[in-house]
Design a protein. Structure first.
Length: 237
């Protein structure tokens, strides 16, 4: 890749970070300048939103570059939560982007130390039988990063006690979508708790659902469910 092509790609990734930051509030994932996002640049580095700047005023040059060794480059300091962005991207090579926010319902649950159990099959969208809540640690610390990594084990999202949520994705769009889904599930669960008597699905059923989610949304032309007697169903292409 030429130097100019690399620069153009970096600018595009920085712009993607800015767009994602500006989507946090409309999606109900944060308020003000809280929350942060990152996107993988390559195997050893990533772009992360800067600390404390209004999202509406961000320019590409405001988005710092960080290495997995913890060094940063640019005119703005990285988010105070850069450690868990770095550690998650280092530990989870399949993750291309991370979204962290403080949405109302998920944060309310997290402030009680609750995760989200299998009250609804869509909990499996986060990759497991439930959505865990990591124990509280001061923001920006290595202890918080370590706790988040454990809560995300075999999961793509978690809550952070007295803090908020983290969601991973192959790209920023999928990470944002998952974060919004977790917040929606949290709102439903909080409502069910208020009514009382919340039932949860058993592990066998959730394992079936988790397996089905492995191919959820795929549009394979050879999908067996779109055929009948060896013939494609009308309109199934």
């Amino acid at each position: 890749m030429s130097a100019q092509a690399r620069e153009d790609r970096d600018t595009a990734l920085r712009r993607a970070v800015i767009r994602a930051c500006r989507e946090l509030q409309p999606l109900g994932l944060t308020h003000g300048t809280s929350g942060n996002v990152s996107v993988r640049r390559d195997a050893g580095s990533f772009f992360v939103s800067p600390t404390g700047l209004p999202y509406a005023s961000l320019e590409p040059e405001d988005v710092p570059l960080m290495t997995l060794q913890g060094r940063w480059y640019g005119r703005r300091r990285p988010s105070s939560e850069w450690r868990f962005h770095r550690d998650i991207l280092a530990a989870r090579p399949e993750a291309g982007a991370i979204v962290h926010g403080h949405p109302r319902h998920a944060t309310a649950l997290a402030c009680t130390g609750r995760g989200i159990p299998a009250f609804h099959y869509m909990v499996a969208v986060a990759g497991g039988l439930d959505i865990r809540c990591a124990p509280y640690h001061t923001f920006g610390t290595q202890a918080l990063s370590d706790a988040a990594l454990e809560a995300l084990r075999e999961r793509r999202a978690c809550l952070l006690a007295h803090h908020g949520i983290i969601a991973l994705g192959a790209d920023l769009a999928s990470a944002l979508s998952l974060a919004a889904e977790v917040e929606n599930l949290a709102a439903q669960y909080a409502t069910a708790l208020a009514i009382g008597g919340v039932a949860v699905l058993d592990e066998d059923e959730m394992r079936r659902v988790v397996e089905k989610f492995r191919t959820y949304g795929r549009q394979d032309a050879a999908d067996a469910e779109l055929t009948h007697g060896g013939e494609a169903l009308p309109g199934a292409r």
